[in-house]
Design a protein around this ligand. Structure first.
Ligand code: ZZB
Length: 258
């Protein structure tokens, strides 16, 4: 499986747990299959209780991901020595909750990490970028945070990190409009991010239609089909050094000794 890893740059001030990395380029890296949707990023999801590592790359920059993903990356020329990923800091999601990031292509200059409890450890990097216009899971989770102040308080988030962020129209999907995930969540009467069965259905609906019939509405690619620009946008992100390609083995064998 080939993913695009989106580099979301940590902005000052660094959180307590990462103070030792001051002065270095630190990136939360989000695995996506939809690089063309990066124009619609509104936040970055981390799982508050999941374990992550900050590890050193060949050029001295630092990536944050699950240990499993770091291990995969060290066999793909990300680090100095093949098979080795020097861990600088071990952390859990809550240690990097509510941190400011700069992400490529989105019109929001600063976005924040917010909690998502359905992130899977065994897929991608455990860091997930949020595109509520086109991903039903993202829309449902962001709406939960907006509607429930106690939920924000639980994770020590301020209103400024959540309330100003609205889905951005980026792709027109026939019959769903320019906010396809919002439409799908309304049609299926999805109440929260815990409506997993309905969310799966919503995702399947908009995924296929978005890929085969979606048309970009963002200025850079206005009127062009998603199918035709996906690879172009991926290349652009990689060229700008805002993304890297990351391969994930289909099935990962869990070592007994690990
Ligand atoms: C941006 C994006 C925009 C995504 C969209 C989806 C959609 P798949 O197809 O099941 O492999 N993702 C990545 N890693 C994780 C994880 N560890 N746990 C939970 N979700 C994760 O899913 C790949 C997508 O799932 C990725 O692409 C990422 O969200 C998320 F408009 O990135 B996506 C209809 C979906 N639309």
């Amino acid at each position: 499986q080939e993913y695009t890893l989106i580099k979301m740059k940590l902005l000052q001030p660094y959180p307590e747990k990462l103070k030792s990395l001051e002065g270095r380029g630190v990136f939360l890296v989000a695995a996506t299959l939809r690089p063309e949707t990066m124009y619609g990023q509104t936040n970055c999801w981390v799982h508050p209780e999941m374990k992550y590592v900050a590890f050193e790359l060949e050029n001295g920059d630092v990536f944050i991901s699950t240990r499993r993903a770091a291990r995969n990356m060290c066999y793909q020329d990300f680090t100095k020595k093949t098979g080795d990923y020097p861990v600088l800091v071990e952390l859990v999601g809550q240690d990097i909750m509510g941190v400011p990031l700069s992400a490529p292509l989105t019109s929001y200059k600063i976005i924040y990490t917010l909690p998502m409890l359905t992130i899977k450890e065994g897929k991608g990097t455990g860091i997930v970028t949020s595109v509520p216009s086109d991903a039903p899971d993202d829309f449902a989770a962001l709406r939960d945070l907006k509607n429930k102040q106690p939920f924000r308080a639980k994770y020590h988030l301020t209103d400024e990190m959540v309330l100003p962020f609205e889905p951005i129209p980026i792709i027109d999907v026939p019959a769903f409009g320019t906010l396809s995930a919002v439409t799908a969540c309304e049609q299926l009467k999805i109440k929260s991010q815990n409506d997993t069965v309905k969310l799966q259905e919503a995702k399947e609906k908009v995924y296929l239609k978005g890929f085969y019939e979606g048309v970009m509405v963002v200025d850079d690619y206005k009127g062009q089909k998603v199918q035709n620009v996906k690879k172009m946008i991926q290349n652009k992100l990689v060229q700008q050094k805002d993304a890297v390609i990351y391969m994930e083995p289909e099935k990962q064998v869990i070592s007994r000794s690990a």
